[in-house]
Design a protein around this ligand. Sequence first.
Ligand SMILES: Cc1cc2nc3c(=O)[nH]c(=O)nc-3n(C[C@H](O)[C@H](O)[C@H](O)COP(=O)(O)OP(=O)(O)OC[C@H]3O[C@@H](n4cnc5c(N)ncnc54)[C@H](O)[C@@H]3O)c2cc1C
Length: 539
Amino acid sequence: MLQEPDVLILGGGVNGVATLRDLALNGVSCVLIDTHDFCQGASSASSRMAHGGLRYLEGREFRLVAESARERNRLIAHAGHLVKPLEIVVPLEHLLGGFARAVLRFLGFTRFGGPLSLAALEGALRLYEAFGRREHPLPNHKTVLRRAHFPKGLRPQTRAVAAYFDGQITQPEGLMFEMLREAMGQGPRVAALNHVNWHKDGDTIIITDRFDATQYRMTPKVIVNATGAWIDDVNAKLGGKTQYLRGVKGAHLVLDHSALHQRMAGRAFYFDDGTGRMIITLPVGENILVGTTEVETKDAEDRAISEIEIAYLLRAIDGLFTDISVDRSHIVSMTTGIRPLRDGGGSATSAARDHALEEDRFPGCAAPVLSLVGGKWTTFRAFGEEAADRVLKRIGRTRTMSTAQRTYPGAAPFARNALTVPKEIATRLVARYGALAQEVAPLCVGPGSMALAGAPSYCRGEIIWAIRARAACCIEDLVLRRTQLSLGHGLQRETLYDLAEILAQETRRDPKDLAAEITAVLEDPRLMGTRAQLQENVA
Ligand SMILES: Cc1cc2nc3c(=O)[nH]c(=O)nc-3n(C[C@H](O)[C@H](O)[C@H](O)COP(=O)(O)OP(=O)(O)OC[C@H]3O[C@@H](n4cnc5c(N)ncnc54)[C@H](O)[C@@H]3O)c2cc1C
């Protein structure tokens, strides 16, 4: 039974979930709701970097860089099973050129950047590493000037290569579900519901479960609006008019390309697309992620990835190594999401990545509304803490604990040998879930140990656990946010049938609805990539 909470959080992206975790651990009763699935917005579409934001130095966002570097280091220290150090290689075609312009831009005298030079990058990296020196710092950067020591195949114009360290969030969704678990572990005064509808009736918020129509009514003392790209729309629904958001859509390609993967050798490459704009490519498991684009949009539901974006990213990655070509047949899936940036002037690239808390009182809504505007994956903990502090003040409570040095549940020590599953399964479970493998393993025995059709590295028991422990309700929830099934060699049709069968057994959902979901997945280029389209055209 859901209890009347002090706080209602709208939006189950990383910022809403971080706020829920902080408040729950501080003994506050709170409910989080999401009209779709948890982590379905920008939080599932990031470049998966836990980074200090090297390029934000140019915009003189020092507070953001300092906070990001500190949070990055903490993530690597406290969630080491899901956030790892990542070496980033930067090929450079200029040694000194552009230095004066970079300095002028840095000092705010010009808005125009130029091609990145070794001198400018060297200066920026020294400053960057100084910001990241506190709490578990990463190794310092290195530069190489001798071509014989460059990674093979870089363009002949390359004059130098720099390599520095940041962090990679290998499974962002996994980290979010760990936070949800921690919050819900605080007892019945904390709850999180996905796939609900809600509306306001006076001061009461009425929530309806989309699948079983169960209704809940609550009159919270504070409402937190953490709906990312939907913030202004949601404030309008609460009775207020705001314009906090500027939506900048970004896409990534997920490639299955063994030669490229081998060449990258576990490193990311941050490189010029040929016009002075930087592109990041990094290994994600056996795949490679390439991004990103920047397209202004006013529609929070805009999920389209245009042909122009696909062609642009393909052209850029195809030009990275002279002896490795990349084409549409390598794209096994794609991601897109809207960066919920703070509204302000300038280009999409230069728009501020920092976050802000906005507090409003709307007519006809007794509870103050706190909007969480902007932010980055890297800084979610600090943003959640800041939001929680404001809420605590509003409800007259004081902080009793901090999450700053708290280990995430999957990073806790545990006895690997105690897992009662074959060694091969145990190794995979530990790699995916860290210490939580202990909860998953008991479901991966007997029939639960059977592999999913078309995805032999997943057991059926893992899917059952994702439904029971991580509230997966739909095929898309399972494919995109509870597993990495859209990676590898791409999603297979027969895997979807297995997922539907398990969902029908576990949730009693209507098989007809699940069949419609399978069709939707098969028609979605985000999930199927362009390789599947090409194969279908040949067939
Ligand atoms: C292309 C791209 C690359 C990025 N790369 C990085 C990176 O490498 N590193 C980094 O640190 N950051 C990165 N970011 C930024 C980061 O991903 C976002 O800032 C962060 O995920 C925003 O989280 P959020 O919780 O505010 O919003 P979201 O994740 O968008 O969550 C909002 C949630 O609100 C829900 N919602 C919508 N309407 C309602 C409603 N009416 N009621 C209830 N719930 C609702 C949605 O379903 C959604 O789950 C990137 C972003 C993008 C788009």
